[in-house]
Design a protein around this ligand. Sequence first.
Ligand code: UT7
Length: 326
Amino acid sequence: MSSVLRSAVTGVGGYLPDEVVTNDDLAKVVDTSDEWIRERTGIRVRRRAAPDQAVSDLAVEAARQALAAAGRTPEEVDLIVVATTTPDLTFPAAATIVQRKLGCPVGVAFDVQAVCSGFVYALSVADGFVARGRAKCALVIGAETMTRLMDWTDRGTCVLFGDGAGAVVLEPVEGQGTTADRGLLGFALRADGTKQDLLYVDGGPSTNGEVGKLRMQGNQVFRHAVVNISEAVTAAAADAGISVAEVDWFVPHQANMRILEGVARRLGIDEAKVITTVADHANTSAASIPLALATGVADGRVKRGDLLLLEAMGGGLTWGACVLRF
Ligand code: UT7
Protein backbone atom coordinates (compact mmCIF):
# COMPACT_ATOMS: atom_id res chain seq x y z
CA MET A 1 0.00 0.00 0.00
CA SER A 2 1.30 3.44 -0.87
CA SER A 3 1.40 6.31 1.57
CA VAL A 4 -1.31 8.96 1.10
CA LEU A 5 -2.10 12.21 2.85
CA ARG A 6 -5.42 12.28 4.71
CA SER A 7 -7.25 15.13 6.44
CA ALA A 8 -7.74 14.08 10.06
CA VAL A 9 -10.04 15.70 12.60
CA THR A 10 -7.70 16.50 15.50
CA GLY A 11 -10.02 18.70 17.57
CA VAL A 12 -13.73 19.41 17.93
CA GLY A 13 -15.60 22.27 19.60
CA GLY A 14 -19.15 23.51 19.97
CA TYR A 15 -20.82 26.66 21.26
CA LEU A 16 -24.45 27.42 22.08
CA PRO A 17 -25.65 30.92 23.01
CA ASP A 18 -27.04 31.35 26.53
CA GLU A 19 -30.70 32.12 25.86
CA VAL A 20 -32.91 29.01 25.94
CA VAL A 21 -36.23 29.31 24.07
CA THR A 22 -38.78 26.67 25.03
CA ASN A 23 -41.73 25.44 22.99
CA ASP A 24 -44.00 27.11 25.54
CA ASP A 25 -42.19 30.41 24.92
CA LEU A 26 -43.02 30.08 21.20
CA ALA A 27 -46.64 29.19 21.96
CA LYS A 28 -46.94 32.76 23.26
CA VAL A 29 -45.78 34.08 19.85
CA VAL A 30 -47.60 31.81 17.35
CA ASP A 31 -50.52 29.36 17.45
CA THR A 32 -48.57 26.24 18.41
CA SER A 33 -48.03 23.95 21.39
CA ASP A 34 -45.25 22.05 23.12
CA GLU A 35 -47.12 18.84 22.28
CA TRP A 36 -47.29 19.56 18.52
CA ILE A 37 -43.63 20.58 18.27
CA ARG A 38 -42.39 17.55 20.24
CA GLU A 39 -44.54 15.06 18.36
CA ARG A 40 -43.84 16.37 14.86
CA THR A 41 -40.15 17.30 15.29
CA GLY A 42 -38.69 16.00 18.57
CA ILE A 43 -37.62 19.55 19.48
CA ARG A 44 -37.91 20.64 23.17
CA VAL A 45 -35.79 23.78 23.25
CA ARG A 46 -33.48 25.83 21.05
CA ARG A 47 -30.91 28.57 21.72
CA ARG A 48 -31.05 32.16 20.51
CA ALA A 49 -28.02 34.40 20.06
CA ALA A 50 -27.98 37.67 22.02
CA PRO A 51 -28.72 40.80 19.96
CA ASP A 52 -25.04 41.81 20.09
CA GLN A 53 -23.77 38.35 19.03
CA ALA A 54 -22.95 37.95 15.35
CA VAL A 55 -22.35 34.60 13.68
CA SER A 56 -18.58 35.22 13.81
CA ASP A 57 -18.80 35.49 17.62
CA LEU A 58 -20.42 32.05 17.84
CA ALA A 59 -17.88 30.66 15.38
CA VAL A 60 -14.92 32.04 17.36
CA GLU A 61 -16.12 30.35 20.58
CA ALA A 62 -16.45 26.97 18.84
CA ALA A 63 -13.11 27.45 17.05
CA ARG A 64 -11.27 28.23 20.30
CA GLN A 65 -12.54 24.98 21.81
CA ALA A 66 -11.58 22.97 18.73
CA LEU A 67 -8.08 24.48 18.66
CA ALA A 68 -7.59 23.76 22.37
CA ALA A 69 -8.71 20.15 21.85
CA ALA A 70 -6.22 19.80 18.98
CA GLY A 71 -3.43 21.44 20.98
CA ARG A 72 -3.08 24.15 18.32
CA THR A 73 -2.90 27.94 18.56
CA PRO A 74 -4.51 30.59 16.32
CA GLU A 75 -1.02 31.44 15.00
CA GLU A 76 -0.83 27.99 13.42
CA VAL A 77 -4.14 28.20 11.53
CA ASP A 78 -3.57 28.55 7.76
CA LEU A 79 -7.10 27.87 6.45
CA ILE A 80 -10.52 28.90 7.77
CA VAL A 81 -13.67 27.72 6.03
CA VAL A 82 -16.95 28.86 7.58
CA ALA A 83 -20.15 27.16 6.46
CA THR A 84 -22.92 29.67 7.07
CA THR A 85 -26.15 31.02 5.61
CA THR A 86 -26.30 33.87 8.10
CA PRO A 87 -22.99 35.77 7.81
CA ASP A 88 -22.36 38.94 9.81
CA LEU A 89 -22.30 41.02 6.61
CA THR A 90 -22.99 40.47 2.91
CA PHE A 91 -19.21 40.79 2.64
CA PRO A 92 -16.49 40.22 3.78
CA ALA A 93 -16.86 36.53 4.50
CA ALA A 94 -17.56 35.54 8.09
CA ALA A 95 -14.35 33.49 7.85
CA THR A 96 -12.18 36.60 7.51
CA ILE A 97 -13.96 38.17 10.50
CA VAL A 98 -13.29 34.98 12.47
CA GLN A 99 -9.65 35.17 11.34
CA ARG A 100 -9.36 38.70 12.75
CA LYS A 101 -11.21 37.96 16.01
CA LEU A 102 -9.26 34.76 16.67
CA GLY A 103 -5.98 36.43 15.82
CA CYS A 104 -4.77 34.17 13.01
CA PRO A 105 -2.00 36.11 11.27
CA VAL A 106 -1.72 34.14 8.02
CA GLY A 107 -3.68 31.94 5.68
CA VAL A 108 -6.76 31.60 3.53
CA ALA A 109 -10.28 32.36 4.77
CA PHE A 110 -13.63 32.14 2.99
CA ASP A 111 -17.24 31.02 3.46
CA VAL A 112 -19.15 28.11 1.93
CA GLN A 113 -22.89 28.57 1.42
CA ALA A 114 -24.82 25.33 1.07
CA VAL A 115 -27.33 26.01 3.87
CA CYS A 116 -27.89 22.94 6.09
CA SER A 117 -25.48 20.87 3.96
CA GLY A 118 -22.81 23.54 4.39
CA PHE A 119 -20.63 21.68 6.87
CA VAL A 120 -20.35 18.55 4.70
CA TYR A 121 -19.59 20.73 1.65
CA ALA A 122 -17.02 22.72 3.66
CA LEU A 123 -15.26 19.55 4.84
CA SER A 124 -14.91 18.45 1.23
CA VAL A 125 -13.52 21.86 0.20
CA ALA A 126 -11.05 21.91 3.11
CA ASP A 127 -10.00 18.33 2.28
CA GLY A 128 -8.92 19.69 -1.11
CA PHE A 129 -6.37 21.88 0.71
CA VAL A 130 -5.29 19.63 3.58
CA ALA A 131 -4.96 16.32 1.72
CA ARG A 132 -2.89 18.08 -0.97
CA GLY A 133 -0.49 19.51 1.57
CA ARG A 134 -1.76 23.08 0.96
CA ALA A 135 -2.92 23.62 4.53
CA LYS A 136 -1.42 22.25 7.72
CA CYS A 137 -3.94 23.44 10.29
CA ALA A 138 -7.44 24.10 8.98
CA LEU A 139 -10.49 25.27 10.88
CA VAL A 140 -13.79 24.10 9.40
CA ILE A 141 -16.66 25.81 11.16
CA GLY A 142 -20.44 25.57 10.85
CA ALA A 143 -22.01 28.66 12.42
CA GLU A 144 -25.54 30.02 12.16
CA THR A 145 -27.94 32.57 13.58
CA MET A 146 -30.99 31.06 11.88
CA THR A 147 -33.37 32.77 14.32
CA ARG A 148 -32.53 36.04 12.50
CA LEU A 149 -34.13 34.65 9.31
CA MET A 150 -37.41 33.65 10.91
CA ASP A 151 -40.83 35.03 10.06
CA TRP A 152 -42.22 35.09 13.61
CA THR A 153 -45.78 34.91 12.26
CA ASP A 154 -45.13 31.58 10.43
CA ARG A 155 -45.65 28.71 12.87
CA GLY A 156 -44.58 26.22 10.18
CA THR A 157 -40.98 27.45 10.32
CA CYS A 158 -40.22 29.65 13.35
CA VAL A 159 -40.45 26.75 15.83
CA LEU A 160 -37.89 24.64 13.95
CA PHE A 161 -34.63 26.59 14.08
CA GLY A 162 -31.99 27.61 16.60
CA ASP A 163 -28.56 29.31 16.78
CA GLY A 164 -25.14 27.79 17.45
CA ALA A 165 -21.71 26.92 16.09
CA GLY A 166 -19.46 23.88 15.85
CA ALA A 167 -15.90 23.56 14.62
CA VAL A 168 -13.26 20.99 13.78
CA VAL A 169 -9.52 21.26 13.24
CA LEU A 170 -8.28 19.34 10.20
CA GLU A 171 -4.62 18.38 9.92
CA PRO A 172 -2.73 16.27 7.36
CA VAL A 173 -1.75 12.76 8.51
CA GLU A 174 0.01 10.00 6.60
CA GLY A 175 -2.22 7.07 5.73
CA GLN A 176 -1.83 3.79 3.88
CA GLY A 177 -4.68 4.37 1.44
CA THR A 178 -6.93 1.90 3.28
CA THR A 179 -10.18 2.26 5.20
CA ALA A 180 -8.15 1.83 8.41
CA ASP A 181 -6.61 5.27 7.81
CA ARG A 182 -7.50 8.09 10.13
CA GLY A 183 -9.19 11.04 8.36
CA LEU A 184 -11.75 11.90 5.70
CA LEU A 185 -12.33 8.77 3.61
CA GLY A 186 -15.23 9.45 1.28
CA PHE A 187 -17.87 11.95 0.17
CA ALA A 188 -21.09 12.22 -1.79
CA LEU A 189 -22.26 15.77 -2.50
CA ARG A 190 -25.48 16.56 -4.37
CA ALA A 191 -27.58 19.56 -5.47
CA ASP A 192 -30.88 20.05 -7.30
CA GLY A 193 -31.57 23.70 -8.05
CA THR A 194 -35.00 22.92 -9.51
CA LYS A 195 -36.28 22.43 -5.93
CA GLN A 196 -35.44 25.99 -4.80
CA ASP A 197 -39.07 26.87 -4.08
CA LEU A 198 -39.30 24.23 -1.34
CA LEU A 199 -36.84 26.02 0.95
CA TYR A 200 -35.33 29.49 0.42
CA VAL A 201 -35.00 32.99 1.84
CA ASP A 202 -37.03 35.67 0.08
CA GLY A 203 -34.35 38.35 0.06
CA GLY A 204 -30.80 39.01 -1.04
CA PRO A 205 -28.34 41.71 -2.14
CA SER A 206 -28.94 41.30 -5.89
CA THR A 207 -32.72 40.93 -5.76
CA ASN A 208 -34.61 43.12 -3.30
CA GLY A 209 -31.65 44.27 -1.23
CA GLU A 210 -33.13 42.83 1.95
CA VAL A 211 -32.01 40.03 4.28
CA GLY A 212 -35.36 38.27 3.79
CA LYS A 213 -37.19 35.56 5.70
CA LEU A 214 -36.98 31.79 5.47
CA ARG A 215 -39.80 30.16 3.47
CA MET A 216 -40.33 26.41 3.49
CA GLN A 217 -42.84 23.88 2.26
CA GLY A 218 -41.94 21.64 5.17
CA ASN A 219 -43.85 18.52 4.23
CA GLN A 220 -42.40 18.63 0.67
CA VAL A 221 -38.85 18.99 2.04
CA PHE A 222 -39.58 16.14 4.43
CA ARG A 223 -40.63 13.92 1.52
CA HIS A 224 -37.30 14.44 -0.26
CA ALA A 225 -35.16 14.24 2.87
CA VAL A 226 -35.27 10.54 3.73
CA VAL A 227 -34.79 9.36 0.13
CA ASN A 228 -32.06 11.87 -0.76
CA ILE A 229 -30.09 11.42 2.45
CA SER A 230 -30.24 7.63 2.24
CA GLU A 231 -28.87 7.69 -1.31
CA ALA A 232 -26.03 10.05 -0.33
CA VAL A 233 -25.12 7.94 2.71
CA THR A 234 -24.92 4.82 0.56
CA ALA A 235 -22.84 6.65 -2.08
CA ALA A 236 -20.41 8.14 0.49
CA ALA A 237 -19.92 4.68 2.02
CA ALA A 238 -19.17 3.28 -1.46
CA ASP A 239 -16.76 6.19 -2.13
CA ALA A 240 -14.92 5.37 1.10
CA GLY A 241 -14.98 1.63 0.41
CA ILE A 242 -16.87 0.74 3.57
CA SER A 243 -20.30 -0.75 4.24
CA VAL A 244 -22.90 1.23 6.18
CA ALA A 245 -23.00 -1.61 8.72
CA GLU A 246 -19.36 -0.91 9.69
CA VAL A 247 -20.11 2.65 10.84
CA ASP A 248 -19.73 3.24 14.59
CA TRP A 249 -21.57 6.56 14.81
CA PHE A 250 -23.96 8.39 12.52
CA VAL A 251 -23.69 12.13 13.05
CA PRO A 252 -26.56 13.60 11.03
CA HIS A 253 -27.85 17.08 10.38
CA GLN A 254 -30.53 17.68 13.00
CA ALA A 255 -33.72 18.93 11.33
CA ASN A 256 -36.41 16.59 12.60
CA MET A 257 -36.33 13.45 14.76
CA ARG A 258 -38.72 11.76 12.32
CA ILE A 259 -36.25 12.28 9.45
CA LEU A 260 -33.43 10.75 11.52
CA GLU A 261 -35.62 7.76 12.37
CA GLY A 262 -36.75 7.40 8.74
CA VAL A 263 -33.17 7.38 7.40
CA ALA A 264 -32.06 4.90 10.09
CA ARG A 265 -34.97 2.60 9.26
CA ARG A 266 -34.38 2.78 5.50
CA LEU A 267 -30.66 1.97 5.86
CA GLY A 268 -31.05 -0.60 8.63
CA ILE A 269 -29.07 1.53 11.08
CA ASP A 270 -29.43 0.83 14.80
CA GLU A 271 -30.90 4.03 16.28
CA ALA A 272 -28.55 3.66 19.26
CA LYS A 273 -25.72 4.53 16.85
CA VAL A 274 -27.29 7.85 15.83
CA ILE A 275 -26.15 10.95 17.71
CA THR A 276 -29.17 13.19 18.15
CA THR A 277 -29.22 16.73 19.51
CA VAL A 278 -32.37 18.00 17.81
CA ALA A 279 -34.34 17.93 21.07
CA ASP A 280 -32.03 20.49 22.69
CA HIS A 281 -30.60 22.42 19.71
CA ALA A 282 -33.42 22.31 17.10
CA ASN A 283 -32.18 22.87 13.53
CA THR A 284 -28.99 24.95 13.57
CA SER A 285 -28.41 24.47 9.83
CA ALA A 286 -24.68 24.19 9.00
CA ALA A 287 -23.79 24.14 12.71
CA SER A 288 -25.81 21.06 13.58
CA ILE A 289 -23.35 18.34 12.47
CA PRO A 290 -20.26 19.75 14.23
CA LEU A 291 -22.40 20.51 17.30
CA ALA A 292 -23.63 16.89 17.34
CA LEU A 293 -20.05 15.68 16.87
CA ALA A 294 -18.88 17.90 19.74
CA THR A 295 -21.66 16.44 21.90
CA GLY A 296 -20.66 12.85 21.04
CA VAL A 297 -16.98 13.54 21.72
CA ALA A 298 -17.65 15.42 24.99
CA ASP A 299 -19.83 12.63 26.43
CA GLY A 300 -17.30 9.96 25.49
CA ARG A 301 -19.32 8.11 22.85
CA VAL A 302 -17.14 9.10 19.87
CA LYS A 303 -13.58 7.83 20.35
CA ARG A 304 -10.38 7.99 18.35
CA GLY A 305 -10.47 5.37 15.59
CA ASP A 306 -14.28 5.26 15.32
CA LEU A 307 -15.80 5.25 11.85
CA LEU A 308 -18.25 8.15 11.48
CA LEU A 309 -20.85 8.95 8.87
CA LEU A 310 -22.04 12.55 8.58
CA GLU A 311 -25.04 13.53 6.45
CA ALA A 312 -27.23 16.55 5.72
CA MET A 313 -29.87 18.04 3.45
CA GLY A 314 -31.01 21.62 3.11
CA GLY A 315 -31.98 24.56 0.92
CA GLY A 316 -30.98 24.44 -2.71
CA LEU A 317 -31.81 21.69 -2.46
CA THR A 318 -28.36 20.52 -1.46
CA TRP A 319 -27.45 17.33 0.33
CA GLY A 320 -24.51 15.10 1.01
CA ALA A 321 -22.64 12.71 3.26
CA CYS A 322 -19.09 12.16 4.46
CA VAL A 323 -17.28 9.14 5.91
CA LEU A 324 -14.37 9.73 8.25
CA ARG A 325 -12.28 7.77 10.71
CA PHE A 326 -12.01 9.88 13.84
O1 UT7 B 1 -32.80 21.53 7.53
C1 UT7 B 1 -33.42 21.87 6.34
C2 UT7 B 1 -34.39 20.88 5.97
N1 UT7 B 1 -35.63 21.07 6.66
C3 UT7 B 1 -36.29 20.01 7.04
O2 UT7 B 1 -35.78 18.93 6.88
C4 UT7 B 1 -37.67 20.18 7.57
C5 UT7 B 1 -38.53 19.13 6.96
N2 UT7 B 1 -39.92 19.18 7.35
C6 UT7 B 1 -40.37 18.92 8.59
O3 UT7 B 1 -39.62 18.74 9.50
C7 UT7 B 1 -41.87 18.79 8.78
O4 UT7 B 1 -42.49 18.75 7.51
C8 UT7 B 1 -42.49 19.92 9.62
C9 UT7 B 1 -42.08 19.76 11.06
C10 UT7 B 1 -42.03 21.27 9.09
C11 UT7 B 1 -44.01 19.86 9.54
O5 UT7 B 1 -44.47 18.58 9.93
P1 UT7 B 1 -45.57 17.79 9.05
O6 UT7 B 1 -45.92 16.59 9.77
O7 UT7 B 1 -44.98 17.66 7.67
O8 UT7 B 1 -46.80 18.79 9.07
P2 UT7 B 1 -47.49 19.57 7.85
O9 UT7 B 1 -46.60 20.61 7.29
O10 UT7 B 1 -48.08 18.58 6.89
O11 UT7 B 1 -48.68 20.29 8.64
C12 UT7 B 1 -49.66 19.56 9.35
C13 UT7 B 1 -50.54 20.54 10.11
C14 UT7 B 1 -51.04 21.70 9.26
O12 UT7 B 1 -52.37 21.96 9.62
P3 UT7 B 1 -53.59 21.47 8.69
O13 UT7 B 1 -53.36 22.14 7.37
O14 UT7 B 1 -53.46 19.97 8.63
O15 UT7 B 1 -54.79 21.96 9.43
C15 UT7 B 1 -50.16 22.84 9.69
O16 UT7 B 1 -50.79 24.10 9.54
O17 UT7 B 1 -49.81 21.12 11.19
C16 UT7 B 1 -49.97 22.54 11.16
N3 UT7 B 1 -48.78 23.17 11.72
C17 UT7 B 1 -48.66 23.44 13.04
N4 UT7 B 1 -49.50 23.25 14.09
C18 UT7 B 1 -49.06 23.63 15.30
C19 UT7 B 1 -47.64 23.53 11.09
N5 UT7 B 1 -46.78 24.06 11.99
C20 UT7 B 1 -47.39 24.01 13.19
C21 UT7 B 1 -46.99 24.38 14.49
N6 UT7 B 1 -47.87 24.17 15.51
N7 UT7 B 1 -45.80 24.94 14.76
